[in-house]
Design a protein around this ligand. Sequence first.
Ligand code: NOJ
Length: 743
Amino acid sequence: MANTDERRQYRDETLPVEDRVEDLLDRMTLREKIGQLVGTWAGDLESMKDVDDVATEIVEHGVGAVASFGWAGAHDQRLENVVDTVNQLQDVARSETRLGIPLLFSVDAVHGHAYVSEGTAFPNGLGMAATWDESLTESVAEVTAAEVRASGAHQNYSPTCDVARDPRWGRTFETFGESPYLVGQLAAAKVRGYQGDDLRDPDSVVATAKHFPAYGEPTRGEDASPVETSEYVLRNTFLPPFIDALEAGAESVMPCYNAINGDPAHGSRHVLQTLLRENLGFDGTTVSDWHGVEMLHESHRVTPDHRGSVRLTREAGLDIASVDTVDHADHLRSLVEEGEIDESVVDQSVRRVLRLKFELGLFEDPFVDPSTATDVVGSDEHRAKALAAARKSMTLLSNEGTLPLDDDTDILVAGPNADDPIHQLGGWSVPDPEGTDIVTVRDGIESLADGTVTYERGTGIASTGDVDAAARAAEDADVAVVAVGENWYLHEFGPNETSGTDNDEFPNRTQLDLSDAQRELLEAIEATGTPIIGVLVTGRPLAVNWLAEHAAGLLMAYYPGTMGGRAVAETLFGDNEPSGRLPISVPRSAGHLPTRFNYLRHPTPIGEEEHPDSYDPLFAFGHGESYAEFEFGDVELSETTIGPHGTATVSVPVANTSDRAGSTVVQAYVSDDVSSRVTPVKELRGFDRVTLDAGESGTATIQISAQSLGLVQADGSRTTEPGAYTVKVAGQEATLTVGPGSD
Ligand code: NOJ
């Protein structure tokens, strides 16, 4: 008789993964299989009670996945506790379960490992998108993956592939903005950075493209509300970033909470099979968005009860129910035992989960080393990367010449977001950043200024403060840097937010204005005659009409992360060239929505070609000023006619005519001159970031493939229609013709 080791092929790391999967699957009971398909939530991993509860679920129910380190209620997530808990639970899974299958830990490290106190927080999604820099985004994801893996987790619930189509929506800050192309490029960069070359590497984690297929345009901006979208918009706008992320190799996909055209994604065979697996060719693992399964009966009411929801999601093809633990497992077992769900459905999902665990090398070593974790998480090198990202995200919306500031300027620093680490990190971060070394705007300015710096907060986000003290201080200053915007979503909600309890992750709003309290502060400072430099610390484009008119300079800082205040200060003093570009349009008001650059052509009643200027954005998508000055030469196309599989290179000479180094983002928009269906007035199809020393010249080059100009047809297919396309680059236009041939 063979000895135990020979029989246990799944333990043999020299065998192919598929053989190991089949060997293990053969050995598993139905209960053990189902355990692999349910996850649990370990709370904030701080309290031993949580750990004991999780251990019980692992031993008694075979639970195979644990999500996530942090959550709204979590506080101080110390790294040493996280590592300790992970190791304890892996030990339970290994030594107290029959087959010793390791656990899959997942986390929301959506802008760095920001749910761990010592972790490095990068700019949140919108800020990262403002860099228009794929390689920087990829390296940020590499750092994130290294920190996540070092602390014991294996799957990151990121990247967000949602296209933001309504800034009232509270999760706009997490997105890469409103261009399907830009979102897709950066999402793909994140996937590459997270997963690296091999999931076994100590700095690789599984990427999760979310929230499939369409989350970014919920009704009236209310999170998780129905998305009513046409097949045209779905395939033209929402799916492309997912296609890019999957092409980059994303191993996992998370469905959205919403009903899409009446069909909740978690229970939709159309979404999870037809669209995702058949149309997009995905063969990885799907994981529910938190309680997305229970929502089917509790909110959407498309099933009568939990058992019905389990059945619907399993028929739809969901693999892991992330936190719907013991009840889900019980229902699924009885559904299989009573013949309502075929065991092959379970087997198929289990294969996917086991494959991931083998690919991650967890059967060989599921544990993490506390001292490695301490060295990796929040290292100086990682903080330097956070600074580099924040610097590149800084987007100068306007400048009347006051910026950059002289080093010896006397400055009043004011506003609710000038010295608030929590607001500066934005969502998906530790709510109690004790132990986290965050450089605020005030810190940054104080450390760089040679003149006198006075700090007066003046007001909260919504609650009033000592406006008079701030105005008095402004009188003595040369300039007032006022950091306004929004609060991090768990704290102090303003009057026009539609939600905002302590456990609410979705700060939806009905208006996009600054709060009255902040307006009062700004007006009081303006009345002193001291010029205002507005710094917007916010997770969405705000309708800052007053500031745009009255400020001497306006800097969009987004939620800039750990080193954000330093990046703001360097930008104000001219030590950092502002080179961020808006990844989303800034509307004039909520009443002007939708405000987006790629709106569909449409007739106007008075017969004009364009819609009235009053619908124009306050600041356009792609906008961002520089201190350096750039001049552009004539646009050239490598070929003016290409076949349906051809590619043309657009090139534009760029000269830095100023006496300072700088960087600009050359953007290529394309419109279809005549198309069988209505197309956008323009769509972003490529960009190139060009960095030039003072007086230096270079060339921006952008590839445009005919395939990328494909038009979604009524049957959902995509074809590139022959004909002329107008390419708009650097204020110029050129015509690219796509011929009818086959090449
Ligand atoms: C809900 C969010 O929608 C999703 O983005 C996140 O990954 C999960 N919760 C887990 O925290």
